[in-house]
Ligand binder design. Structure first.
Ligand code: ADP
Length: 411
């Protein structure tokens, strides 16, 4: 093979390996592949990669073609000032060393600690866009004539591709690490919610139990009513946090039964009537003449209605009106909870069903709540094969729509 043919063959080989390199997304196998290709292309005894350690400022061997040598090399930091690799890194120019033993720039500690004798060396920079991330070295050319200009060009071409592949793999690794961390944090949050809610639930049940007992005995008066109201609110908050966790972990099971939705809508309106009256609001419940049979989890549907009604009452100033209407639509039952309250700004409307989202600024908010109710509503309705959405404008009240598939009871 003449020298032109040889170069063509090498360039072909570089193109061949390019695809392999950029599709290797794990750093360690990628580096191993690069050094073995580097040794092959330059016909050398070995090759290695040194990457700049941003924290220490030293160069670190990441891999060498021989695994045993690689392990020993990894322990030796190579100073940027006082080594050939360092010079290549700083000047961003390749270097050929024909007689390493006699070269004053050579960092001798590597040889003395590993027993590996470097005779000739070719080092090229791993040059990313605006910075140099490390050095690729080929060591001991088999041909006694030493490394040539062509070797330098071919290794430089390989280094360019290797750098892109290394940067990609590093990005992918950083993303994977961030993703793992996020997953861990999410699990921690979920576990915390579970533990905190369980821990709170037991003492709270005792408070509620005693307070109810006192109320039945007719002692306590208005103060006791306040205690009961506050404890019930606390209980609802805890239930909301637990429901969120059940939904997140997939532990939420639906116990479906056939029932007439009108009964649940009427019940929910009754439950909120006294609360509404306390805030000088009226609640109107409009139901169709014919039943609205659904096969659904009654408790969960109650939770959906509770959340929508409590929001309507909460976000409507005194003197306002809440209207709950159930309607028969083709194949679906539709429930509309409409209020004459503060309404929702257009930029907030698409986000209100997200977890923890609240339209109000948390620093100046006037209304309580966890920002979880609607996200639970949405998941529950969708788990039932239904749909929920809202229409609203600031100052013009809000309308929440829930649609659930209708069923026919077995006769
Ligand atoms: P929370 O009510 O606990 O804040 P939700 O998930 O139930 O959480 O509601 C999210 C947000 O949507 C509320 O903080 C509020 O900004 C807005 N919102 C919900 N319902 C209404 C309503 N009927 N009127 C005005 N804003 C509402």
């Amino acid at each position: 093979m003449n020298s032109t043919e040889k170069r063509l063959r090498q360039l072909e080989r570089i193109l061949e390996v390019n695809l392999e390199l950029v599709s290797t997304l794990e750093l360690s196998p990628l580096l191993d592949r690069i050094v073995s290709i580097a040794a092959e292309l330059t016909d050398s005894e070995g090759a290695s990669i040194l990457l700049l350690d941003e924290r220490s400022g030293d160069l670190r061997f990441c891999t060498a073609a021989d695994p045993q040598l690689s392990a020993r090399l990894k322990e030796i930091p190579v100073p940027v000032h006082g080594s050939i690799a360092g010079k290549v890194l700083i000047e961003r120019q390749p270097i050929i060393v024909d007689n390493a033993a006699a070269d004053p720039r050579h960092f001798r500690q590597v040889g003395s600690q590993t027993g590996f004798l470097t005779r000739t060396l070719l080092a090229v920079p791993l040059q990313a866009r605006e910075r140099c991330i490390g050095v690729l070295e080929a060591v001991n050319k088999r041909d006694p004539g030493g490394f040539t200009q062509e070797d330098m060009e071919i290794l430089t071409a390989l280094a360019a591709q290797a750098t892109v592949a290394i940067e990609n793999a590093r990005l992918v690794e950083a993303l994977r690490a961030a993703y793992r961390k996020l997953g861990e944090l999410d699990r921690m949050k979920s576990d915390f919610i579970a533990i905190a809610s369980h821990e709170l639930r037991t003492p709270l049940s005792l408070v509620l139990g005693y307070a109810s007992l006192l109320q039945q005995q007719g002692t306590g008066g208005r103060e006791l009513e306040g205690v009961l109201r506050a404890a019930t609110r606390l209980k609802n908050i805890i239930e909301t946090m637990l429901n969120l966790r059940y939904l997140e972990t997939g532990e939420m099971v639906l116990y479906r039964e056939m029932f007439d939705l009108r009964g649940e809508v009427a019940l929910a309106c009754e439950t909120y009537r006294s609360m509404a009256e306390a805030s000088a609001l009226t609640i109107e419940c409009i139901l169709p003449e014919t039943p609205l049979f659904v096969r659904a989890d009654r408790e969960k549907i109650r939770l959906v209605l509770d959340n929508l009604l409590s929001n309507a009452v909460k976000f409507t100033p005194p003197g306002g009106r809440v209207e709950v209407r159930a309607v028969h639509r083709p194949d679906v039952a539709e429930i509309v909870v409409a209020d004459t309250g503060i309404g929702i700004p257009p930029e907030a409307l698409p986000r209100i069903f997200e977890r923890f989202y609240q339209a109000e600024d948390p620093m100046t908010r006037r209304y309580g709540g966890l920002g979880l109710g609607l996200s639970i509503v949405k998941e529950l309705v969708e788990r039932h094969g239904g749909r929920v959405w809202a229409e609203s404008a600031p100052g013009e009240g809000s309308r929440f729509y829930v649609r659930l598939p209708l069923s026919t009871p077995d006769r």
